[in-house]
Design a protein. Sequence first.
Length: 582
Amino acid sequence: MRRVALAASLVAVSGALTAPALAAASGTPAAVHVLVTGTSPAARAEVARAVTLAGGHVDRSMAVIDGVSATVPAAALSELRAAAGVRSVTVDGKGHLQGLDSTLGYDVGGDDGSLYNIGQITHAKDAWSHGWTGKGVDVALIDSGVVPVKGLTSGNVIQGPDLSFESQDPALEHLDTFGHGTHMASIIAGRDTASTGSFYAKGDSHSFNGVAPDARLVSLKVAAADGGSDVSQVIAAIDWVTQHARSGGLNIKVLNLSYGTDSKQDPALDPLDYAVENAWRAGITVVVSSGNDGANGNALADPANDPLVLAIGADDPNGSDSVGDDTVPAFAQKGTPARYVDMIAPGVHVLGLRNPGSSADLGSPTARVGNRFFRGSGTSQSAAVVSGLAALYLQKYPSATPDQVKKALMATASVPSSVKSTLVGVGVPDVNKAIGAALPSLSAATQLATGARGTGSLEAARGSSHVSNGIDDLVGEQDIFGNAWDGAAWSSASAARTSWSGGSWRGNDVTAAGAGADGSWDGHAWSSNDWTGHAWSGHAWSGHAWSDSGWDGHAWSDSCWDGSTWSAAGWSTDGWQAWAWG
């Protein structure tokens, strides 16, 4: 596994295996095939030297993991793992990369980043076998949209409003041109076919399943092909979910926000923090990625810094299904004494669905696995995993409050022995154990009111992430319509769940007033706004936003969707580029 920012990381194959005893009859030292991941692109030569010094030989240089595949003496694994420049060493139990001979194009049980293995690590598979698959629970996904690729076409996705800059183009409306949203959707609720819990638990190599295969995704698109999205669009989307969670046949119980800005504004004043708090108080469990800018600091991204929501950091399983030997990858923001992550979840080399032709797909071809799949690393993926776990829990306990869901998942998590608990919150959740325990009492679970007011600066909420119309950046106290931002008026309406009226948000016509027969919300012309002449496009989303320093192979960095917003300065080693679309 490795790092990512928007979402994906590269592929480490491997199985959750210990080194097999391969000693020959002659008594020669046992040799094992391994993947040796480096700490950075510059460390690859150092990794190769470490292999040689350990008595092994390099079979193949692998830029996508900053390392090599190699054959080494089994007795030298500990020495190799401790060598300078080496981030991880995983044993390839089959002696080859990926089980490409399987129907899905990878080894379901032997691939560390497969959702089958993630289901084992988090015990989601055990929950499936007891019938808890997320059925009846809707998960709102505020992201870059979702495309109808196999795995997301079995009745598991409906379209909410498209609030992105592409909503005015009928050919792009609702569709994920960036690639991040499709990846997140597949992790949360991907499913080739509707089936049964026992079927999902078998991990049939002919079928792809997300963490909550029977949950339903409600997709709200806010980001365009280059990741361009203003924080006011994200706030509008959160407000929409809060107001419409139970309308039109919806049952939104979970909100996934694999997004964050590098804002340093006090959470008590910040409008993005306030928006997620309002959703939480409305009975929606909000799951937010902690950020992927760990190399530059550990303070949580906004709104993961809000004390109410579930702030999720990344976990590296290190080639086994046991949590005890897990570590926290360097890219993941872990928090500070003011606010640590609540828990961690697998977020390295996660193998989700590929969005062919998207910006991520074009920019990170080495992250592709076969024709259908794509690898990514980042706290974006980790948040998506926990959103799926929350859906499983809420099927069992549909009346649970967000505080009770948070308490239940945290109370049954396991802490890796290799790290201090403050860096991982309470560790990796065990959803089957949580489901098997009694629902936490309200008195034990209810969190103290934060006193947040949401009257702060919209510009400060953006941090360093701004969109541009090609001439000017959108800055100051104005939203994407160019209207003045009145924090006091908005926060009052948001708390009262009246910021939306029909298809208008804060008086601006954004989308149709209601859902169509197919469950989708048609776009509404954003006319009479001077930005529509040239459309705002993503600009200078460097270092922070919906990035995922982790689309394997160096791409989908998450230093944006996490480190600080829908930025993409991390989808690749060179940073994210704005790709022309259409």
